[in-house]
Write a protein that binds this ligand. Structure first.
Ligand code: ADP
Ligand code: DP6
Ligand code: CO
Length: 325
């Protein structure tokens, strides 16, 4: 009863930012992402009759506390589905992505855990069923089941049966690239979970955020199907800024940005003024992801590396969905 799965992170171009149900993770808005080949998690789940509780090791270190509880609660869902409530697992995971730093480790982490766990216990799930299950570990993870562009449809039903991700375009539809600009890869002070909750509960700007989503989604999907880079980039950048604006309207107010985050944003806008199409987006953390086209890779990389405060730049193509090893 052992299986290993690999899942890539994804970067949201239209952000998921808020829950309408915290326990089974139902979002307040639909979201859309690009799966990245450069960042991933590999997880092995081994269910063993002789264990009396779960064990979770991340990057060869035993994990306790909240991160352990999240994994164990997620395994409970898998056990329940399989009718094996008392079967515990040894989980070993390696993140080829900084953990809890705004690089979507929860997305690759829970997608790999869900895929390996379901397979190890003998559940045969369709992609849709796997995405629906994965959603309950970390919302953004439900999109990492697929390669390329994926949309998490928020759904309407209180039981979450219609809330899962669907593929929009596979990785080979369009060679769009992403440079991850690393400024600070340490753990963030406000987790995505906590940050979005505070925003939903208190931000004066939250309703404006929600009102803007349907049009962003419709237009970005047109842009993706027509491979219209300017359109996709403009919408993604504006959507990111609107999401981050909601945190400034929260109480207590907060931001994920550092001064260097702003510097990178301005450098990207300056590249555009020079005729290089490049756009940024930022998840819940200070680091910036820059969207660009392959023909501009050298210029974009060089420009980003020359910015003071940038510690590393990692280039990524569009990645594949979940695979089993
Ligand atoms: P991120 O930007 O990295 O997604 P989050 O605050 O959303 O940050 O989530 C980070 C949390 O995700 C970690 O504290 C941990 O609980 C969980 N996580 C990260 N990697 C893994 C993994 N490989 N397996 C299981 N859980 C993970
Ligand atoms: C800003 O999926 O990490 O990256 O569902 O509580 O685990 P939980 O949160 P998470 O939130 C991601 C927020 C975001 C935007 C996005 O990925 O869509
Ligand atoms: Co996350």
């Amino acid at each position: 009863m052992k299986a290993t799965a690999k899942a890539h992170t994804n970067i949201a171009l239209i952000k998921y930012w808020g829950k309408r149900d915290e326990s089974i993770i139902l979002p307040t808005n639909s979201s859309l992402s690009l799966t990245l080949d450069g960042f991933y998690t590999t997880t092995t789940v081994d269910f063993q009759e002789e264990l009396s509780k779960d064990i979770f090791t991340l990057n060869d270190e035993p994990v306790t506390g909240t991160a352990f509880n999240r994994v164990s609660a997620f395994l409970d869902l898998i056990r329940r589905s399989a009718g094996k409530d008392k079967l515990f697992a040894n989980v070993q995971s390696i993140n080829e992505v900084p953990t809890a730093a705004g690089f979507a480790s929860s997305a690759s982490g829970f997608a790999a855990l869900a895929a390996a766990g379901a397979k190890a216990i003998g559940l045969e799930l369709s992609d849709q069923e796997l995405s629906r299950l994965t959603r309950q570990g970390s919302g953004s993870a439900c999109r990492s089941i697929y390669g390329g562009f994926a949309e998490w449809e928020m759904g309407e039903k209180p039981d979450g049966s219609d809330s899962y991700a669907v593929p929009i375009a596979p990785a080979d539809h369009w060679d769009v690239r992403v440079a991850a600009v690393i400024l600070n890869a340490t753990m963030k002070k406000v987790s995505s979970r906590e940050g979005m909750k505070r925003t939903v509960d208190t931000s004066a700007f939250y309703s404006g955020w929600l009102d803007s989503i349907p049009q962003d989604l419709q237009q970005i999907k047109e842009g993706i199907s027509g491979c219209d880079f300017e359109k996709v980039g403009q919408i993604a950048e504006a959507n990111c800024l609107r999401m981050h604006a909601t945190t400034l309207g929260a109480y207590p107010p907060f931001t994920y940005w550092l001064d260097t985050t702003m510097t990178v944003m301005q450098a990207v806008q300056a590249m555009r003024a020079e005729g290089i199409p490049a756009y940024f987006t930022i998840d819940a953390g200070p680091n910036v992801k820059v969207l660009y086209l392959p023909e501009n890779e050298k210029t974009v990389e060089k420009t980003l590396r020359n910015i003071p405060g940038v510690t590393d730049v990692r280039l990524s193509k569009s990645g594949q969905g979940v695979t089993y090893l």
